[in-house]
Each structure stands twice: as structure tokens, then as C-alpha cells.
Design a protein around this ligand. Structure first.
Ligand SMILES: Cc1cc2nc3c(=O)[nH]c(=O)nc-3n(C[C@H](O)[C@H](O)[C@H](O)COP(=O)(O)OP(=O)(O)OC[C@H]3O[C@@H](n4cnc5c(N)ncnc54)[C@H](O)[C@@H]3O)c2cc1C
Length: 287
């Protein structure tokens, strides 16, 4: 089933993300976590793509497993900046043959020392037309409520986002954010810029203090004072931080639905317990 048809329905949707292992040794534990999350019957599940594409077969395998075993629609991520045209064509053919209908088209982070002369794809907007040519896929793109770290200004970032959407995106999924007012402001600016595709809000439940330092480094997200106080108070107590992080994310999601957002994607990071507890907190809201 295509994700665009799922998120356009009247019902609020909730989806979860898993990431593939780096080596086949840990495939079994990732599959175990994937199974537990899929058993919760989210509206769809996404499977990330390892930077560089070396583990692309894991992404395809896990996505096919989710669909074939649980009937849960899968969204396979695909990055392009480190890949040749041949590699991308091969991955797309494989996904199509396995019945994967949904792809999140991404540039990926540019690896240090990448030879600019030899890049086949500079932006996600270069990848999207290739995906369209290669099959009847539903295509998502990434967006950044607090702008992409490489963009000089939010206006520049929004202009590029419009180009990306116009190249053939059916929907967008946001980078994580911890203050919903940032998302509401972004949605307003996106609509003003003429972007009318559905936008799925990406929520990251922060369940340990270490995670926050990584998040800050990767995304540059603003942490609201209310959230910082929670981390300061509970960051050294794993059980308390887990509980507080899940409650914080659940409150964010309830506020998003209450304000008219239809689709929320949870960066569940291969943690079935986190997915289960969030779903429990929303049990009367999402059905
Ligand atoms: C929802 C989500 C899922 C992700 N999943 C993965 C994953 O599975 N694997 C992974 O490795 N990474 C993943 N990432 C991280 C992502 O790969 C990085 O953020 C990467 O740096 C940018 O990818 P993009 O597709 O947004 O790039 P782009 O859309 O190409 O944008 C990158 C930068 O270039 C600018 N830009 C875009 N188009 C143009 C243009 N036509 N001309 C000039 N400038 C332009 C943008 O404003 C931005 O500054 C994910 C991010 C998000 C938000």
C-alpha cells in the first residue's frame, strides 16, 4: 500500500522507524526488534539506509520482511550522494521486485573527501526523477523545520525544499524537533512557499542523556527549557529518563494531533519498548 493513501485518510496515523545492522552478525537482533515493533501494527514502518550504501541489502530485506510477514507497509530509505547511477538502478530494481512501493529519497550526508567531479547525484531532487522512471513508487523526501545545517538561511532551505517537492515528492517527513511551535511555524512557511504535499512530523523520544548530545551534534535542534530541565533532573537515572522521555514524546504527539496534524512518525531506534509504551499512551487517540 502507498503511504500517501495511508496519510491522506481521516484517521491520525502513527508509524515507526528501524535501522539496519552494520554487519550480518547483528541482523538477528535487529530483526527481533523489528518483529516486536511490527506486531504493534503501526500504520507503516520505515527502514533507514546505511550511509554509503554498503548495507543496502539489509534495508531491502528488512522492508520486505515487514511487509511479507506482518502486512505492515514499508518505507525504504535510499541515499544517493555516495552511489553511482548503476548502484541506484540496481537497488531500485531490487526494491520493486520485492514489492516495496514506498521510498524516502535522500541525498545522505556528504562523506569527507568525496570527489565532487565523480558525484552522480548532488541532491535528493536529482534522485527523485530516477525513482519515478524506475517504477510506480510513492516517494517521500526529508525536510528540516530548523533548516538543514548546510543551508545559509531558512529561506534558502525552503526554496530548495520547493524544488525537491516539485521534482516529484508525494510527501515529506520532518527531521526531529522538540518544540512543536517550531513545527507549526515551519508548516505555515511551507504552505506560504507553495508546498502542498502532506508533511509527516518526525518525533524522537529521548530516552537517555547520551542520545541528546548526539542529537545536538547531528541536527542542531533547539532544546526547549522544559526539556532541558527533564534531562538535568533525570539524565543520570536510566529508568526515570526512559519514562520521562516517553511521556515528553507522547505529549508532543498528542499536541500535534490536537492541532490537526494527521501523520506522526516516531524515530523508535530499534526499541520495541519505546514504541509499545508510546502506542499505549495514545491508545484511545489513534483508533
Ligand atoms: C526523515 C529523515 C530521514 C533520514 N534518513 C536517513 C537515512 O536513512 N540514511 C542516511 O544516511 N541519512 C538519513 N537522513 C539524513 C540525511 O541524509 C541528511 O540530513 C543529508 O545531509 C541531507 O539529505 P536530504 O535528502 O535532505 O538532502 P537534500 O534535499 O539534497 O538537501 C541537502 C542540502 O542541499 C540543499 N539543496 C537541496 N536541493 C538543492 C538544489 N537543487 N540546489 C541547491 N541546494 C539544494 C538543501 O537546502 C540542504 O541544505 C535522514 C534525514 C531525515 C530528515
Amino acid at each position: 500500500m502507498k503511504i500517501i493513501d495511508i496519510i491522506k485518510s481521516e484517521k491520525p496515523t502513527l508509524s515507526f522507524e528501524v535501522f539496519p545492522p552494520k554487519t550480518s552478525q547483528s541482523l538477528e537482533s535487529v530483526l527481533r526488534a523489528t518483529d516486536e515493533i511490527a506486531e504493534l501494527r503501526p500504520d507503516f514502518m520505515s527502514v533507514t539506509y546505511g550511509a554509503g550504501g554498503g548495507t543496502s541489502a539489509f534495508t531491502a530485506n528488512i522492508a520486505a520482511h515487514i511487509q511479507n510477514t506482518y502486512g505492515v507497509p514499508a518505507l525504504a530509505h535510499l541515499t544517493c550522494v555516495s552511489s553511482s547511477r548503476e548502484k541506484i538502478s540496481g537497488v531500485l530494481d531490487d526494491l520493486r521486485e520485492r514489492g516495496i512501493e514506498n521510498i524516502l529519497a535522500l541525498r545522505g550526508d556528504v562523506p569527507e573527501g568525496l570527489d565532487a567531479e565523480r558525484i552522480d547525484y548532488r541532491h535528493a531532487s536529482d534522485l527523485i526523477p530516477v525513482i519515478l522512471e524506475r517504477g510506480d513508487f510513492c516517494i517521500g523526501g526529508a525536510c528540516y523545520p530548523e533548516k538543514h545545517p548546510e543551508s545559509a538561511t531558512s529561506q534558502d532551505d525552503m526554496r530548495c525544499l520547493k524544488t525537491k517537492v516539485d521534482s516529484g515528492c508525494d510527501f515529506l517527513t520532518t527531521q526531529m524537533f522538540f518544540d512543536n511551535s517550531i513545527l507549526y511555524n515551519f508548516l505555515y512557511r511551507a504552505r506560504e512557499a507553495g508546498i502542498s504535499v502532506p508533511i509527516v512530523a518526525g518525533i524522537m523520544p529521548v530516552t537517555n542523556a547520551l542520545q541528546i548530545r548526539r542529537i545536538m551534534a547531528i541536527s542542531g535542534s533547539v532544546l526547549p527549557p522544559r526539556f532541558i530541565r527533564i534531562v538535568e533532573r533525570y539524565g543520570d537515572d536510566p529508568e526515570a529518563m526512559l519514562q520521562a522521555g516517553i511521556v515528553y514524546a507522547s505529549e508532543q504527539i498528542i499536541d500535534l494531533y490536537a492541532n490537526g496534524l494527521r501523520a506522526v512518525h516516531v524515530y523508535s531506534m530499534n526499541k520495541p519498548e519505546v514504541a509499545r509504551r508510546i502506542m499505549h499512551n495514545l491508545s484511545a487517540i489513534i483508533y
